[in-house]
Structures are given as structure tokens and as C-alpha cells.
Design a protein around this ligand. Structure first.
Ligand SMILES: [Zn+2]
Length: 279
């Protein structure tokens, strides 16, 4: 296949273009070091999860997750410099979490917990928004100020800094480490991304509302901060009202939702009734 550049090139133009190309390469700025740190941190978390055997390499559940994740990644990607990648992980609590570097982890049992596609999409949109906002990086920077001495001591013992921080980050992501303000901001950006991807952004509010009546043992940790859920719903509703050109086309009635179910050949995953709470 000929690229347009090859088609248009006359032989006399080649030396000029060559010189321009060399000149622009020589002046190209070095890649931003900040983004490398994010990738390193994300990789360290991935290795940690893989080492614990939590990463699910293959499952029929990926067939269900992939089209939704792909549609969301298409809208989210222009807002973040590293590729979004989605992994299923096996943990007891239905949950989802995202790390710097673009990895998004979806606990398998979450796919059994959600009632409709919009609720799952809303959760994924929320998680990619934490990454876009660099909430994980901010969390770790805050954490490092407190634990600088412990981290420094741990580095002397051998493991890399990224590895140590990764362990801390996993703990934080499992214990509602983000502020309520960061959560609300991720809800709002997430609703923009979901709307752009064609998923009804009311899905996240339906999820909150379901939790308010849910058996506490089944409430995913990512949304188990009940007192804040009312505020988060209000913030989202205001955002929808303030931006009618984006949101007025979506039906707020959960009866309009797209029913969601896992594939018939998916492995059985049991939701644990004995919730352990945050760590
Ligand atoms: Zn969150």
C-alpha cells in the first residue's frame, strides 16, 4: 500500500525533505520523564498482582469485557499519553481499580455483580478518569512524604523503589485511598467519557442507588463509602443538568438499561458475603 507521501514525492524533492527530517529529529525534545515514572509504577503493580496469581490470563469473561473496554478506551485515550489496557483479576471483593501507566484492573466478580452494561461501563469510565487525573500518582506522592523514611529503608534492603511504592499503592487502591473530591471528579470526567462512548452515563448513579438498598456484604469496596454516595449522585446530576447538549439525550430511568450477564461458559465466581472491609 502506498502512503500519500510516497505517491506525491517527486525525485527532486527528496534531498530537501531529507534535510528537514534530519533537522527536526535533531531538535526533537527528550521524552517527558514524568510519564516514564507512571509506566514504571504501573509495571511494578502488574508484576506484584501477577506474582500473587491474581491476573486472569484468559477467560470467556474477556469476550464480554472487551467491546465495552475498547469503546471506553477509544474516548479516554486522547486524554492520556499511555495505552489503556484492561485486565481481569481474581479477588474476593467485586471491585475495579486503575494504576498510573494505563492499566485498569477489573475483578471478575464485578461482572457478576452489575445488573446492566451501563453500570459496568460507568465503573470503567470512573477508573480511567482516576488515571487521567493522575490521582494514583498524587496519592503516592502524598504517601511518600509520610513514609519517606520507611521507603528509604526498604530500598536499602534491595527491592526497587517502584516495587515498594507498588505494594503501598495496591493497599491504597483497596482501601478507598482517594478523597471524596477526587472520587466526584472521576465520576464527572467518567460520565463525559461514557457519554462520548455511547454508554448511558446514568449507569453510575444506578449503581450507587442499587448499593443504597444492597446487602452490605455484596457492596464493592470502590463504592462502599455510603455517606458520600448521595453527594456523588448529586454532583453527577448537576453535571448532567449543566450540560444538556451532552446529557439530555440519555434516559435516566434504569428500566431503559441494557441487561448484562456473563457468558454461559464463564467460570462460577461466588460473591463473598463475609466482607472484610478496607485494609
Ligand atoms: Zn474511584
Amino acid at each position: 500500500m502506498n502512503s500519500p507521501r510516497h505517491v506525491k514525492l517527486g525525485s527532486g524533492m527528496v534531498p530537501v525533505l531529507l534535510i528537514l527530517t534530519i533537522a527536526s529529529v535533531a531538535q526533537a525534545p527528550a521524552p517527558e520523564p514524568v510519564t516514564d515514572q507512571e509506566t514504571e509504577l504501573g509495571q511494578a503493580v502488574y508484576k506484584q498482582l501477577r506474582g500473587k496469581g491474581e491476573i486472569i490470563e484468559s477467560s470467556p469473561l474477556y469476550d464480554t469485557l472487551k467491546p465495552i473496554a475498547d469503546a471506553i478506551a477509544r474516548e479516554a485515550q486522547p486524554r492520556y499519553p499511555h495505552p489503556f489496557k484492561f485486565f481481569l483479576v481474581h479477588e474476593t471483593q467485586p471491585n475495579a481499580f486503575a494504576t498510573p501507566g494505563g492499566n485498569v484492573y477489573v475483578v471478575d466478580s464485578l461482572l457478576y455483580f452489575v445488573k446492566n452494561t451501563e453500570q459496568l461501563a460507568g465503573t470503567l469510565c470512573h477508573e480511567v478518569s482516576h488515571t487521567i487525573h493522575r490521582d494514583g500518582v498524587a496519592l503516592m506522592e502524598k504517601e511518600q512524604k509520610i513514609e519517606r523514611r520507611e521507603v528509604a529503608a526498604a530500598i536499602l534492603l534491595g527491592p526497587t523503589r517502584a516495587h515498594i511504592i507498588a505494594i503501598a499503592l495496591i493497599g491504597k487502591l483497596h482501601s478507598l485511598g482517594y478523597s471524596r473530591d477526587a472520587e466526584s471528579k472521576a465520576d464527572v470526567t467518567g460520565s463525559d467519557i461514557c457519554a462520548a462512548a455511547g454508554y448511558n452515563p446514568w449507569g453510575l448513579t444506578w449503581l450507587f442507588e442499587d448499593f443504597q438498598n444492597a446487602d452490605m456484604g455484596h457492596v464493592p469496596q470502590l463504592l462502599s463509602d455510603h455517606p458520600a454516595n448521595g453527594t456523588r449522585i448529586q454532583t453527577l446530576k448537576k453535571h448532567f443538568q449543566d450540560n444538556p447538549s451532552t446529557f439530555s439525550r440519555f434516559n435516566r430511568d434504569p428500566k431503559s438499561a441494557t441487561p448484562f450477564s456473563v457468558p454461559k461458559d464463564a467460570p462460577e465466581v461466588f460473591l463473598h458475603a463475609d466482607t472484610k472491609g478496607g485494609n
